[in-house]
Design a protein around this ligand. Structure first.
Ligand code: FES
Ligand code: FES
Length: 223
């Protein structure tokens, strides 16, 4: 049995000075610069290269900075190759929601903390707010819209979430579902602790964790 893995690709463009301290950030938006400067000032810069700030720059509706040029990419989303113009700093969440109209993927924190934006990339649960669209390449992206059956029916995980009254406000639900699907594809019969672990990257502000756990256990037992 494989453990589900959350994929947090590194690679944000941060210049380092001779001492290795992040001294300037190759970002173009002031909101993003301010955020990163704040993190540096607080001494809270994550040392892990596995964490990539998707950042507000990827989702802001501000005009792109002069010189930022979109490039036409082909990405495979829900089994279809989609052609889309993508900015260099554009996050996958931005591309999915605002260019491909796949708004089932939610944006909560937009900085890799809450899991609302979770999608699957090659079956691995991934924070789309922290993934540059340019890094997706020819991998398969799956969003909540991709779970729909051929006749519009709900995925068993979605049905179980309804049956167990999982969603409260519902904002975190698509992320919870995508993480669950990733888990069940590698471990169809998880223990409750394994489910808790698999969903640990998905925060629920409504505190509906037990409902979500019950949902996953229900769908696993029915499979
Ligand atoms: S919106 Fe991506 S982790 Fe919160
Ligand atoms: S159901 Fe409201 S945030 Fe989870």
């Amino acid at each position: 049995m494989k453990d589900p893995v959350t994929y947090h690709p590194g690679g944000e463009s941060v210049q380092e000075d001779a001492g290795g301290t992040a001294s300037s950030v190759l970002r173009t938006r002031s909101s993003r610069r301010a955020f990163i400067k704040g993190v540096i000032a607080s001494g809270a810069v994550a040392g892990s290269s596995t964490f990539l700030f998707g950042g507000l720059g990827g989702c802001s509706s501000d005009q792109p900075t002069a010189g930022a040029v979109e490039r036409l990419l082909s990405i495979n989303v829900n089994g279809r190759v989609r052609r889309v113009d993508v900015l260099p700093n554009e996050t996958l969440a931005m591309t999915l929601r605002y260019k491909l109209g796949l708004t089932g993927t939610k944006l909560g924190c937009d900085r890799g903390e809450c899991g609302a934006c979770t999608v699957l990339i090659d079956g691995v649960s991934t924070y789309s707010c922290s993934t540059l669209t340019h890094m997706v390449g020819d991998r398969q992206v799956r969003t909540i819209e991709g779970l729909e059956g051929p006749n519009g029916e709900l995925h068993p995980v979605q049905q179980a979430m309804i049956d167990e009254l999982g969603p409260q406000c519902g904002f975190c639900t698509s992320g919870q579902i995508m993480s669950t699907v990733a888990l069940l594809e590698v471990n169809p019969n998880p223990t409750r602790d394994e489910v808790r672990h698999a969903l640990s990257g998905n925060l629920c502000r409504c505190g509906a964790y037990d409902h979500y756990l019950n949902s996953v256990m229900r769908v696993a037992q029915e499979a």
